[in-house]
Design a protein around this ligand. Structure first.
Ligand code: NAD
Ligand code: IPM
Ligand code: MN
Length: 365
């Protein structure tokens, strides 16, 4: 892609804090046309909506979108349609970002920072592929209704079509081919019809196009347990929107902190081989530490690295960022969420300083 236009949406809470560090890295690498917009509570405060139509249009035009985080107590009691989270959900839906890649990678230096035993997580490298534009997040009917007997009823619908299942499964199989060629498909086919369909369609797809990839099936509750019992058994996990949300937070803790986990949300490939994409850390706006220079910027930094890799074919630059993060962790420079005994935590900005310095050192600057 020639232009490399990136729309930056810092959002709320720690979003702007971690994104400020990412901007420094992108400026250092150079060659991007960066613009910034509002999403979430920040957008609501200015426009009365968590995502203005104009921002949505900009997102659709950009080569990639980088998002910080949305939400916070200030906006929690707003009507549903105005909530910050709706801004993010609209971006995902309208950009048709059906495949959410959430890698859980344990940096060697952080093996001891996990709440799990070091041997259990050392060397862990798994990829969760979460379906992102369907399921109970978007299914109809939905809503809260009054019943004649004075009760109220809250409704959400879990629904998947064959094409929704097949397109996200394809992404998982393709990724597995570049990794250890193993896909574990996760649902609850024992209690949900949508899970039965999910299992049938993925099995058929494998038989048709991916017999070189090993496919296994697991119930979601067992998967949650297996993730903390023996996480290294997994290569690629493919699952629905809600299970993927839960299981990826769970996988995050294997890596030491939610503050370490990046993600890429991808749409379908077009005729030119490019796809719409949004990159964001898995964590939220962390109201408990917002505005205190405490947030770990690495999840957002590593999300930017995924953007370079997946959207811009800049593997060398992405490798440089990843290696710089590794250097910083190896040197014992840690934010509070990943600090180990005997270390003094650094702040968000100091962490950004350290990653920049490590990049300069590696590139001989
Ligand atoms: P959260 O991810 O914001 O925070 C959970 C815990 O992890 C907190 O203790 C927080 O301090 C810690 N944490 C998260 N990111 C961190 C980082 N980078 N460095 C250090 N510590 C970090 O989840 P929550 O508290 O359940 O949600 C807060 C708000 O964020 C809610 O409004 C929620 O809807 C929203 N949220 C947004 C996103 C998103 O924008 N993608 C994701 C999850 C939650
Ligand atoms: C995430 C978040 C979002 C989700 C919210 C903020 C809409 O938890 O990105 O994991 O549930 O998908
Ligand atoms: Mn989540």
């Amino acid at each position: 892609i020639m232009s490399k236009s990136v729309l930056i949406l810092p959002g709320d809470g720690i979003g702007p804090e971690v994104m400020a560090q990412v901007r420094r890295l992108l400026d250092r690498i150079g060659g991007f046309s960066l613009s910034e917009g509002l999403v979430g509570g920040a957008a609501y405060d200015v426009h009365g909506t968590p995502l203005a139509d104009d921002t949505m249009a900009q997102a659709l035009k950009a080569d990639a979108v980088l998002l910080g985080a949305v939400g916070g107590p200030k906006w929690d009691s707003l009507p549903f349609a105005d909530k910050p989270e709706r801004g993010l959900l609209r971006l995902r839906k309208d950009m048709e970002l059906f495949a959410n890649l959430r890698p859980a990678l344990v940096f060697d230096a952080l093996a001891g920072a996990s709440t799990l035993k070091t041997d259990l997580v050392r060397g862990l490298d798994l990829m969760i592929v979460r379906e992102l534009t369907g399921g109970v997040y978007f299914g109809e009917p939905r809503g809260i209704e009054d019943l004649p007997n004075g009760e109220r009823r809250g409704i959400n619908t879990q629904v998947y079509t064959t094409s929704e299942i097949v397109r996200v499964a394809r992404v998982a199989f393709e990724l597995a081919r570049k990794r250890d060629s193993r896909v574990c498909s996760v649902e609850k086919a024992n209690v949900m019809e949508s899970g039965v369909l999910w299992r049938e369609e993925i099995t058929k797809l494998r038989e048709a196009d991916y017999t070189d990839v090993a496919l296994s099936h697991m119930y979601a509750d067992n998967c949650a347990m297996q993730l903390v019992r023996a996480p290294k058994q997994f290569d690629v996990i493919v699952t629905d929107n809600l299970f993927g949300d839960l299981l990826s937070d769970c996988a995050a803790m294997l890596t030491g902190s939610l503050g370490m986990l990046p993600s890429a949300s991808l749409g379908a490939e077009d005729a030119n081989g490019s796809r719409k994409a949004l990159y964001e850390p898995v964590h939220g706006s962390a109201p408990d530490i917002a505005g205190q220079d405490k947030a770990n910027p690495m999840a957002c930094i590593l999300s930017a690295s995924m953007m370079l890799r997946y959207s811009f074919d800049m593997a060398a630059e992405a490798d440089l960022i990843d290696a710089a993060c590794q250097d910083v962790l190896n040197a014992g420079i840690r934010t509070g969420d990943i600090v180990e005994s005997g270390m003094t935590p650094v702040g968000t900005v100091a962490m950004g300083d350290a990653v920049l310095a490590a990049m300069d050192k590696r590139s001989g600057g």
